[in-house]
Design a protein around this ligand. Structure first.
Ligand code: PFF
Length: 447
């Protein structure tokens, strides 16, 4: 079977695909709004600490498991297990991650559908189709169903083409477009009135909030979500990496890109809020900064409207940016169950992709019809519980179950000198003890 498995054709292909998975709504929407809510730069500082000290080591654990296994998450975890109990545990963790990825995609596709609808709105507004514009930007079951369907279909299209022709090719096209759009929008917004107040709110830390438990929990959750941990996605992507690649620098590159894009998105969104305020748009409610969907779907569109014709272009570019970011993330979410189905049930990729895509769309439909009860529930189940728990279990696998000698052998492949590096001196112990304990502590704290 290994001959028919896909693989990334180049180092940059992997970096862009994994960064594509990591960079998504979490960076461009989640990170800036969380920073705005949680004391601005205090959140940014805590996020940077946790991203590098906890999320990066956990990312490495998943990447190495995948590259060693050269198979889907369940199989890769089984390969490092040495008895039946461990193999059952491997199934629970691997399958749990795949389930988490599928559930994540079911709500992510709904939000991404909103982004597509808001991308189409400037076009309808330009041609004077006011009713269509209102329909596109108003929360409604039909609109949600149609755009979730379109977004899921796009994801299915890319994933059915495979690793090199689908994931790698599209990540190479979409990621540079995303960076260009983000940088252009940031430069433009920073020239507008009020932007400097936003910059101050974003960059000057309210140090009294630095150790606020709520802030720490939010920052860790955000870091795990952003690096796509605990969903078996990094295990799968790792399994498509060639044996001569240096995993330590690959993982570091992806983490750096992810953190950099989140930081850059903060330079766009937080100042944009204060520009909106300077234009008379309300950005505080009861003294608290508006956030979440109100910010992206109400405050920013209100700002774009005050900009006249330029606003139409800015609005189109902004929601296109969010749509692209969502797509490169959702393809990784769909790849998790698809790779498992292909390898476990020996199904052709196109068939497996259709089945999994249809299953996920069915769950999205159930959520859309029971929006008020299910939407928030699925988000918190997957991002607050599923991802940190499974991420922690992957660290336990690497730290406590995997033999150190085979682990070292895997890391040496592509990095002969690793035995003498700081990484090898610190990371194994760190993953064994510090990561699980710290993740568990933060997690318990959240109760
Ligand atoms: N990292 C993505 C984001 O920041 O939006 C979300 C994500 C993608 C989470 C893939 C989990 C995943 F498996």
């Amino acid at each position: 079977m290994s001959e028919t498995r896909g693989k990334f054709n180049s180092r940059i292909g992997f970096i862009l695909a994994a960064a594509g998975s990591a960079v998504g709504l979490g960076n461009i929407w989640g990170f800036p709004t969380q920073a705005a809510e949680n004391g601005g730069a205090a959140f940014v500082v805590m996020y940077l600490i946790l991203a590098f000290c906890l999320a990066y080591p956990a990312f490495m654990a998943e990447l190495i498991i995948g590259r060693h296994g050269q198979a889907n998450a369940v199989e890769s975890l089984r390969k490092i297990s040495s008895n039946d109990a461990q193999r059952s545990f491997a199934f629970v963790v691997g399958f749990g991650g795949i389930l988490c990825a599928g559930l994540l995609m079911s709500f992510y596709a709904i939000v991404a559908g909103w982004m597509l609808a808001f991308t189409a709105e400037p076009v309808t507004s330009l041609i004077g189709a006011t009713e269509a514009s209102t329909w596109l930007t108003t929360h409604g079951t039909t609109r949600n169903l149609i755009f979730t369907f379109i977004f899921t279909a796009l994801t299915i299209f890319i994933i059915s083409r495979g690793v090199a022709d689908g994931i790698e090719r599209w990540s190479k096209r979409l990621m540079p477009a995303l960076v260009v759009l983000l940088i252009s929008l940031t430069i433009y917004v920073l020239t507008l009135d009020g932007a400097m107040d936003g910059l101050k709110a974003y960059l000057i830390p309210d140090t009294s909030r630095l150790l606020d438990p709520q802030l720490i929990v939010s920052a860790l959750g955000q870091a795990f979500f952003s690096l796509s941990l605990g969903t078996s996605v990094i295990i799968i992507y790792g399994s498509y990496v060639a044996k001569n690649e240096n995993l330590v620098t690959l993982g570091a590159s992806v983490t750096l890109i992810d953190v950099f894009i989140a930081f850059l998105a903060g330079l766009l969104i937080v100042p944009a809020m204060y520009v909106a305020q300077a234009q008379g748009v309300e950005i505080f409610k009861d003294g608290v900064l508006l956030s979440g969907d109100t910010l992206v779907l109400t405050v920013l569109p209100a700002l774009f409207e005050t900009m006249g014709n330029v606003g139409i272009i800015v609005s189109f570019a902004f929601f296109l940016l969010l749509s692209i970011a969502s797509l490169t993330s959702s393809i990784s979410m769909l790849e998790a169950p698809v790779s498992y189905t292909v390898e476990r049930f020996k199904l052709p990729r196109s068939k497996a992709t259709l089945i999994m895509g249809a299953l996920i769309f069915t769950v999205s439909t159930i959520i859309i019809f029971n929006f008020s009860t299910l939407f928030g529930f699925v988000i918190s189940l997957t991002t607050e519980y599923g991802q940190p728990i499974i991420g922690m279990l992957c660290c336990i696998f690497v730290g406590w179950i995997w033999h150190r000698s085979t682990l070292l052998e895997e890391l040496k492949s592509g990095n002969e000198q690793i035995e003498h590096s700081l990484f090898w001196k610190v990371w194994p112990w760190y993953t064994k003890l510090v990561c699980p304990v710290a993740i568990a502590l933060v997690f318990i704290n959240s109760f």
